[in-house]
Write a protein that binds this ligand. Structure first.
Ligand code: SF4
Length: 764
């Protein structure tokens, strides 16, 4: 049964107290307060007491009731041979899913099952507990949406700093703010994006620079908009660097004292023909020089890149060149500049080596930050390699819709011997799975985000449920617990007296836990479920799902002890971790878990690289940079347009909201096109066109707008979703049009922002 539940906000009557929680529609996870009525969020406002967002929330948060009213799956579903689904009870589902996964493992090895997802925007606890399930099955490969966006950037950072880490900008204090392929007015990406943008744009002593082929909302505010040719980012970034080098706008003291191999980089860009590269980027050379001089002469510069360059040709090179802009000018580890930051979940991204020695079966793709390229999944399943993937666990993600080439992803799902999807609704991916296990929404359970990217004060927020949970769905930690138990990977005997120790407090529990892990090393991989089963029941207010956070609090306190102490926590070793965990449980509006000064950046670099210096030279990418000289723009006459597939607009929220009624404007997600192109095609605003790529075709209305360059068109993300069993599908599912083979040679990030296309009037 797939049930539509809960009417949207207009029909509900607000009652009850304001309760703290967070918006889940983007990675910022702004703190909000909500009032609840009739099983849904009825009133929503920014939470001024949230230490990160401090009351800020954009207009999207007001529409969160539509996330909660997604059509729900209320019972586990089993696929019949004819492709339809039938309900089964939980005991049957768990037994059969465990048997299905074990069958694949026993026949082909645990490495033949891949894990996808475990995240979403703040739905992160499931991914933690899934690690135990992955361990129980001997799984070795995982991927998620980050591996079609950010892994190239991670790969660069790992080289620069010695291990995979993550940087954060400081736009509130920056004299010059630069956005590269990023529209923070719509896509945020940092706290208080809109007030910060207004502050920079409104201050004559500060400069806002935007690199974007589209005159986005942010670009329209900018002092300098470099409206780059789609696909020309690498030329533009190389030209900017060349101006810095040729006009000696470098920070030589920083380069001498804080970096290695700067000469190699300087040598690679010194001879770049700035005028020619600016021409190939489609921008006047004087504007390029002006932008570079602003960057080179500023007292502080912060730069943020996003999908506009990460999902475009030369994507990993683009990330490298972007980082060289702040590195060559010494805009690091200072107020208003790029900084590293702590992470509450240090076992996540931070601390991993640049890339694993593992390669994916059949495709030989790199594993970066623990993730293989998501776009390579079809090849890794449909290959003839005996070690190919044959099973999948997919959680809180919708790869059939969100990865390139949806038709091939459906073929991929059909080729798997066994697959299980854990989600709140019957997504496009769930509709292809062997089993679907229903989960609770983020407002019906304990949940948190590990996107804790702030510096110098970083914030963590455990959110308590604000809505009653319906009968049927379970929180992901409980689903993973049941599967681990059904696999026989964990027994009562394994757990010994840990539950009794938990009742005696965290100090006693910590000692008992450490002893147990030493005595039974096979439990290490199962630790999240061990914590859930033993510490979980002793936690207050039913916060059992928070148990795994105790382990993370311990790791965070051990890895960042000084930072945690500066945030006001006391103790040494386990006691410090316990103090941190107690705050996790106590501070329901979030809290500052680490506080730093800028010098700490160098201490963190020294952990991985004893020299404490940033290594600027990446030989593979310097070669690619030099080879740009021989690359010239070519346009396929059959596909003369460049489609950006997946623009973030005010009425898009990935696939988190399915009800098309949530959009008051742009209901079909129009194709944005320049007036020049519209004139050439003799189109009027709102007219239907047929857009065709090498992979597919769609019909869509056009929106004629001066914001687009000639030859560049754009479709939004998050459209083309099914809504209920027989509901309408509105707008274009962009990945019906994209190709998985057009992707970065290093990180495998697909080029969604650069899809060759042709367009004709629909009637023709
Ligand atoms: S910035 Fe992101 S998290 Fe904050 S309210 Fe807007 S959509 Fe929600």
């Amino acid at each position: 049964m797939v049930a539509g539940v809960v009417s949207p906000v207009s029909a509900v009557r607000p009652i009850g107290e304001w309760q703290p929680t967070a918006c889940v529609l983007c990675a910022c996870n702004c703190g909000i307060e909500v009032q609840v009525a009739e099983g849904n969020l009825a009133r929503i406002k920014g939470d001024k007491a949230h230490p990160g967002s401090q009351g800020y929330a954009c207009e999207k948060a007001q529409r969160l009731a539509y996330y909660q009213s997604n059509p729900r799956i209320l019972a586990p579903m089993r696929r019949r041979p004819d492709g339809s689904y039938e309900e089964v009870d939980w005991d049957v589902a768990i037994a059969e899913v465990a048997a299905g996964l074990a069958g694949v493992r026993d026949a082909h090895g645990g490495a033949s099952i891949f894990y996808y997802g475990g995240g979403g925007q703040g739905n992160h606890l499931g991914g933690v507990y899934a690690r135990a399930l992955r361990s129980a099955l001997g799984m070795r490969f995982a991927s998620n949406a980050l591996a079609q966006e950010k892994t190239g950037e991670f790969w660069i950072d790992a080289h620069l700093f010695g291990h995979v880490t993550h940087t954060t900008p400081d736009f509130e204090r920056a004299q010059v703010a630069v956005f590269v392929g990023k529209n923070p007015w719509m896509a945020h990406g940092f706290s208080h994006a809109r007030p910060t943008l207004k502050a920079v744009a409104g201050d004559p002593d500060r400069t806002l620079i935007v690199i974007d082929p589209r005159r986005s909302e942010t670009a329209a505010m900018a002092d300098i908009h470099l409206q780059v040719r789609p696909g020309g980012d690498a030329f533009l970034l190389a030209a900017l660097l060349a101006v810095l080098v040729q006009e000696d706008l470098l920070d030589h003291v920083f380069l001498d004292e804080r970096t290695e191999n700067a000469d190699e980089v300087i040598g690679a860009v010194r001879d770049v023909d700035v005028a020619e590269y600016a021409r190939r980027a489609g921008i006047g050379v004087e504007l390029v020089r002006t932008a570079a001089r602003r960057i080179g002469n500023a007292s502080s510069v912060s730069i943020l890149e996003d999908l506009g360059i990460q999902q475009a040709p030369h994507s990993t090179l683009n990330s490298y060149l972007e980082k060289l802009l702040w590195a060559l000018t010494g805009n690091f580890a200072r107020p208003g500049c790029t900084n590293l930051h702590t992470q509450f979940a240090p076992g996540g991204l931070v601390g991993r080596s640049r890339e694993s020695r593992r390669r994916t079966p059949g495709t030989g793709e790199r594993v970066i930050g623990g993730m293989f390229p998501a776009a390579s999944i079809p090849e890794a399943v449909l290959s003839d390699d005996p070690a190919r993937f044959r099973g999948a666990i997919i959680e809180s993600s919708n790869p059939v819709h969100s990865l390139p080439d949806s038709p091939r992803m459906r073929e991929t799902m059909a080729a798997l011997h066994f697959s299980v999807v854990i989600d709140i609704t019957m997504t496009e991916t769930a509709s292809c799975a062997s089993y679907v296990l229903p989960a609770l929404t983020q407002y019906e359970k304990y949940e948190c985000t590990f996107f804790n990217f702030e510096f110098p004060r970083n914030v963590f927020h455990l959110r308590a449920p604000v809505l009653p949970s319906p009968d049927g769905p379970l929180a992901e930690p409980e689903i993973h617990r049941r599967l681990v138990r059904a696999l026989g990977a964990l027994t009562d005997e394994d757990l010994g007296g840990l539950d009794a120790a938990a009742k005696q407090g965290l100090d006693v529990y910590a000692a008992a836990f450490a002893e147990r892990m030493t005595a039974r090393p096979h439990l290490t991989g199962l630790a999240p479920i061990v914590l859930y089963e033993t510490l979980g029941p002793a936690l207050p207010d039913g916060a059992r799902a928070a148990a795994a956070l105790w382990g993370m609090a311990q790791m965070c306190a051990a890895g960042y002890s000084d930072s945690v102490r500066r945030a006001g926590f006391e103790g040494d070793g386990v006691a410090l971790g316990n103090a941190l965990f107690e705050a996790v449980l106590r501070e329901r509006r979030g809290f500052v878990f680490s506080a730093d000064d800028h010098e700490v950046n160098w201490e963190w670099i020294r952990r991985a690289r004893p020299s404490g210096r940033i290594d600027l030279a990446i030989s593979e990418l310097l070669e690619e940079l030099v080879s740009l000289e021989d690359e010239h723009e070519t346009v396929d006459p059959d596909f003369p347009f460049v489609l950006s597939a997946g623009e973030r607009r005010t009425n898009t929220a990935m696939t988190l909201i399915r009800d098309p009624a949530w959009r008051k404007r742009d209901p079909l997600g129009a194709l944005r096109m320049s007036p020049q192109d519209a004139r050439a095609l003799e189109l009027i605003d709102g007219e239907l066109v047929t857009l065709t790529t090498r992979r597919g075709s769609c019909t869509t209305p056009v929106e004629i707008t001066e914001t687009m360059r000639a030859g560049h068109v754009s479709l939004p993300n998050g459209y083309g979703l099914t809504y209920g069993a027989d509901g309408p599908v509105t707008g274009v599912a962009t990945n019906e049009l994209t190709e998985s083979s057009r992707r970065d040679p290093i990180a495998g990030t697909p080029w969604h922002k650069n899809v060759p296309a042709r367009i004709v009037r629909a009637s023709s």
